[in-house]
Design a protein around this ligand. Sequence first.
Ligand code: ATP
Ligand code: MG
Length: 403
Amino acid sequence: MKIENLPSEFIDARKVLQVIEQNGFEAYFVGGSVRDTLLGLSIHDVDMATSAYPEEIKKIFKRTIDTGIEHGTVTVMFDHKGFEITTFRTESGYQDFRRPDKVTFIRSLKEDLKRRDFTINAFAMKENGEVIDLFDGMTDLHNHLIRAVGDASQRFNEDALRMMRAVRFGSQLNFSIEDKTFNAIKTNSHLLEKIAIERINVEFVKMMLGIAPSRGLQEMLDTDLFKYVPFFNQYITEIEAIAKLNLNGKLENEIQVWALFATELNLDHNQIRKMMKSWKCSNKMIEDVLHVVTGIKMLQNQQLIPLTIYQVGIDNLLNANQVMEIYDKAFKADDLQDAYQQLPIKNKSELNANGGILIKSGFKPGPQLGKVLNDLELMVINGEIENDEATLITKANELVKEN
Ligand code: ATP
Ligand code: MG
């Protein structure tokens, strides 16, 4: 099969493949970009593979960068753009169920495609659009199936992350997992414990942000994968309930994903921290999610409270509202924007008094000053006092006298 009009993302990269071919080597587009082109989906990154060894690629092109030379990846600079090219390779070892012990560069396209995870990820495409399909990926594409290349059980023993990738692609494409592949996941699900949580996290979030996250969740439950991930293994019943929600097309980003789980698992702030730390989420992500959960609680009560809106911030308020969409309980985004715009101040720096100003008007530096400033901030947000310097200084004096 030949694709006649290649999407624009391939056009520049084609020239790189042509140059490699002119030098007597083979070179192809591989991986997700070929799959997504065949499906008519948009492409994010164009992966390329070649029979030329890294040293040979470096001889062909004037400017190259050793991006991941030990795995055979070199970045070629061409027409002022960078293109990553990876030498065909086989992987062997896998004694730890994750990384191969040894990567060997090879000349055979077939051997390179054989090590890839699923048939729909094992296409190669020439620069002229001709598609090479050695594992009948086209049939699986038509039948909407995720099928391991070769013996599924063996492939999951080599790299247990592939089991998460199966459910991730299932959700991203709304494909089913082919029976043998599915059963092999079920048999080997415990191997997921061998995989670094950071890598599981990436696949899990991609799954939740796919077009069919409920399907992905149900498959993780049915294959027992959920039993072998941190924290969630204690909440299988709650996760069964999440899988039944109408999630498709709702979640827009990672913050919303974690906030949904926090809400459905009914977690307090400490438990949310615990969940997210066990998944190695960043501190910034944790803080955002805590704000979103605060926002969700407010919206669930059908209230718009200035102080809460101030603390949560507009971005996370909109994130909270998007989670409310799942329950058909969202506010109109405009109403939230209005409530936010009506806040007297949007952050502390907009308060027309600060430590310096209060000290100049006679206040002593110290912890009391900080407390007074906090009280002023609250009063301004709640509309109890005007945000002008004179009012704030007067009020500050009153507060000090009261204490
Ligand atoms: P995406 O759209 O998410 O980029 P992708 O298919 O390009 O999807 P990548 O993770 O970028 O996925 O990997 C590129 C290709 O490398 C895959 O299509 C697959 O052929 C191969 N690959 C990636 N990870 C693995 C793995 N763990 N085991 C086997 N092959 C893999
Ligand atoms: Mg990719």
